[in-house]
Ligand binder design. Structure first.
Ligand SMILES: C[S@@+](CC[C@H](N)C(=O)[O-])C[C@H]1O[C@@H](n2cnc3c(N)ncnc32)[C@H](O)[C@@H]1O
Length: 289
């Protein structure tokens, strides 16, 4: 048989572009990765637009990978990171490769000082890469700023921290590129949410004890007045026909705010206590309306 007669015309199968599943690119206090099955079980099966207004690590957003989404947070560095990943993931990967090559204690503290220097001017991709670098190498992967807005976490004790994982960054960038990325207060993010849409809120926790508060994702505060306003916003959204889901600590105060909503208690591991012995499972609520 000649090589020619061995050729057969084979119809190409329909090619569906494979997009790798995306995951959070930063470790964030209150990250919801472990609660994802509970959250997904309570979300509506269908919705028009997805709104997540306290994005943080955005675990649920990355899991759902919605085609139409508004993703928002009040932390400007976090939103700049997401915007830069969406538009220039290659630049962020290059920046991270440089950090990976230089990583040691001296480089960490030099980078942290530079991060906090208000006079420094940064190319967006370098700033974004530096955010990820500090997040991956700092103690406990904890992003914490002081009242002046300075990042003040010491170096972590990791042998080989995953500073740059290009495939993971590209997958996250593809999901982010489909979203409307906004920076600011949660109320501004949901002004146009309405009938058929779905909004998920994961605000800073109502503290389980008066001293357990962790409110330092940004230099701002989220106290009981803000929790009340959020409950009011949730009611307004439900009134406009938007489906709402919210997670928070299981406290009498939170339960009182969401009377009339479905409130489910779930167990969640929290790792915000710097004393490992005091970390563990706590009760949270998932509120739906
Ligand atoms: C509990 S974290 C979200 C965790 C996230 N769901 C995850 O999976 O990592 C709360 C987030 O709310 C943001 N935040 C605090 N006050 C805010 C406000 N008034 N409006 C919007 N975002 C706010 C913080 O910057 C922080 O990223």
């Amino acid at each position: 048989m000649s090589p020619r007669s061995a050729l057969r015309i084979v119809r190409a199968p329909d090619v569906v572009p494979q997009i790798a599943p995306a995951h959070p690119v930063v470790k964030w206090v209150g990250g919801k990765t472990r609660l994802l099955p509970e959250l997904q079980a309570r979300m509506p099966a269908k919705f028009d637009r997805y709104f997540e207004a306290f994005a943080g690590g955005a675990a649920l957003f990355f899991r759902v990978a919605p085609t139409r989404a508004v993703l928002s947070d009040s932390n400007p560095d976090l939103v700049n990171l997401y915007r830069t990943l969406a538009t220039n993931v290659a630049g962020v990967i290059r920046g991270l490769e440089k950090h990976r090559a230089l990583h040691d204690e001296t480089h960490y503290y030099k980078t942290r000082t530079r991060w906090n220097d208000r006079n420094e001017s940064w190319p967006a991709s370098e700033r974004a890469a530096t955010f990820i670098y500090l997040n991956k190498t700092c103690f406990n992967g904890l992003w914490r700023v002081n009242r002046a807005g300075d990042f003040n976490v010491p170096i972590g004790r990791y042998v080989d921290p995953p500073i740059c994982v290009p495939e993971a960054l590209r997958a996250a960038a593809a999901a982010l590129a489909r979203a409307d990325l906004r920076r600011g207060d949660y109320r501004d993010a949901v002004t146009d949410a309405g009938r058929g849409d779905f909004a998920y809120f994961d605000p800073p926790y109502d503290p389980l004890t008066p001293t357990a508060s962790f409110t330092s994702y940004t230099a701002g505060m989220f106290g009981q007045d803000q929790q009340r306003e959020l409950a009011q916003t949730a009611r307004e959204l439900v009134g406009r026909g938007c489906k709402v889901m919210l997670s928070n600590s299981d406290t009498p105060f939170v339960r009182s705010l969401y009377k009339g909503f479905q409130i489910d208690r779930v167990k969640c591991a929290r790792a915000i206590n710097s004393d490992a012995a005091k970390r563990g499972e706590v009760d949270e609520v998932i509120v739906t309306g």
